[in-house]
Write a protein that binds this ligand. Structure first.
Ligand SMILES: [Zn+2]
Length: 271
């Protein structure tokens, strides 16, 4: 059983693997992020295996208030249906919201129609908008450069602020929009992949290690957590990458591990 106080604020990493080869091989899990913010529980990007990773860690889906999808790609949305089923106890406990960009809900929606009826509602994420879930608020400040409609989020809990930079190619707007004490960044590539070198159908719109360094230097969070590692990052050892980034930027950079739980109170202890 959990021994957390009701006022604690934690982020549990139900997976740290990203992009297609990590997902299909499950070298790292791909279950997304589970927030528990003073009792308000929110699931972000439930990729394949979320139901396995969450139940095995005794996280209770029927305690969730919302599920948020940054975008429709399979590694972020694969377990959406089963997690809505679990959140609502197969419709017995009708509640909760699904937040997703419009193109995740249009043609080939990520959610089955019978499950929509189990929810309190579906909210469409749009650029520059604010949303609230209980006493938690978040914004989706800028549309990312990615193959499908994608947003990151800036959360405010009253006690802490943190940003989640979901999949995107690097662009300067990221530095203007993602503040907060903690930065969670999806790091897929070791090296940048110039668009000119690849066919347009290749999924290369992702952040690389130099991009992440640039973001951390500009945004100066108290801490940064790297996750959603692609093959090249995984092979290079995310822990070593985080160590080097810590030395180079002076910001505490952590490479997430599957199942890691980060307590936002740690942000209050440093400096
Ligand atoms: Zn993606």
């Amino acid at each position: 059983m959990e021994d957390r106080s009701p006022s604690s604020e934690t982020i549990t990493f139900l997976g740290t693997g990203g992009a297609r080869f990590m997902m299909i091989n499950q070298f790292l899990a791909s279950g997304g992020l589970w927030l528990n913010l003073s009792g308000t529980e929110i699931l972000i990007d439930p990729g394949p295996g979320c139901i396995v990773q969450s139940t095995k860690r005794n996280l209770k889906a029927d305690q969730l208030s919302a599920i948020i999808l940054s975008h429709r790609h399979l590694d972020h949305s694969g377990d959406t249906n089963i997690m809505v089923e679990a959140m609502t106890q197969s419709g017995m406990k009708r509640h909760g919201y699904l937040f997703a960009p419009a193109d995740a809900l249009g043609t080939e929606p990520v959610i089955f129609s019978y499950l929509k009826k189990y929810l309190d509602g579906i909210k469409v994420l749009k650029e520059g908008k604010s949303y609230s879930i209980g006493n938690i608020s978040f914004t989706t400040p800028v549309r990312h450069i990615h193959l499908v409609e994608t947003y990151g989020m800036v959360f405010s809990t009253g006690k802490h602020t943190f940003s989640y930079i979901a999949d995107t190619r690097y662009f300067d707007g990221l530095r203007q929009h993602y503040g907060g004490e903690l930065l969670i960044i999806n790091l897929v590539f070791l090296e940048p992949r110039p668009a000119a070198d690849y066919p347009s159908s290749m999924p290369i719109d992702h952040l690389s290690v130099p991009d992440v360094e640039r973001l951390i230097r500009a945004l100066k969070p108290k801490a940064a957590i790297l996750t959603h590692f692609g093959m090249s990052v995984w092979r290079a050892n995310p822990q070593q990458i985080a160590l080097k980034l810590t030395e180079k930027t002076g910001v505490k950079v952590i490479a997430a591990r599957d199942g890691m739980r980060f307590d936002l109170a740690e942000l209050d202890m440093d400096s």
